[in-house]
Write a protein of this length. Sequence first.
Length: 293
Amino acid sequence: MVISVSPIPAVNVAAVPQRSPLRYPGGKTWLIPHIRVWLRSLERPGLLVEPFAGGAIVSLTAVMENLVDEALMIELDKDVAALWKAALNHGPELAARISSFNLTRESVIELSRQCPADIVEHGFRTLVLNRTRRGGILANGASFTRKGENGAGIASRWYPNTLIRRLRAIAECAPRITFCETDGIQILDSLLGQPHDDVAIFVDPPYTGGGGKRAGKRLYAHNDIDHARLFSMLAESNANFLMTYDRSLEIESLIESYKFTAVQVVMKSGHHARLPELVITRYPCFSKGMSVA
Ligand SMILES: C[S@@+](CC[C@H](N)C(=O)[O-])C[C@H]1O[C@@H](n2cnc3c(N)ncnc32)[C@H](O)[C@@H]1O
């Protein structure tokens, strides 16, 4: 299948505002310039729905940059869900917990063994584990970062002041964000059965087919998605959507079957491998770049 290269390059993540407190595996900060172009191309959406929210950078950016009125974030993972519930409903308590925590290898190990007493403690535990485990991976079996950033060890990605600042910004927007701990496919199923003229849907499911950086089984506790069903649900509706996937024959064939359009963005991984990612929409949204097979 011939897929055009997007005229919008993948940005270096340092070039866009980091709004999520999570460093999420498969996070889409690099996609933000595409998201801005896509949302501005629509009649201003009242609601952005993100059925596989993870680090939720797209919802947070869309709300904070006023590209939509409101966002609905959905996530099935109970630990990630706890972080969003704590951030949106108990921001000041979560911030206080961050500022009073003395992060050492021992304190992190002790925290990881505890059963959280309430939602703030559960969200806090998620945040600490996410920022101290290798690659931010929360799924079972993930190990703690050894050398860390610049050899600074387990605390090398623990920036309390930065995290508190991000959480304050999230708390300010919380009245415009709804979070649901549930199955994103089910929500999509019921949503797509209703009129949705002013709804935009950003779909970034876990994907196990490509074998690339998102090999979902290793990264996420929940990774079993019926991708063919997801494509057919979107095709049967007339909803505005943008999906991202690793490039693979399975996904190319679904794009062709449903006559969706796609552009390719080449990502550099941490090891400088070039990983093609697809940005899929119903109609062309990004003007044509160079064609590659
Ligand atoms: C590729 S990640 C999303 C990353 C996100 N776009 C970001 O920028 O951080 C996919 C997410 O979907 C979640 N997930 C998997 N199955 C789900 C389901 N059925 N419903 C809701 N969330 C699900 C996973 O836990 C994971 O957080």
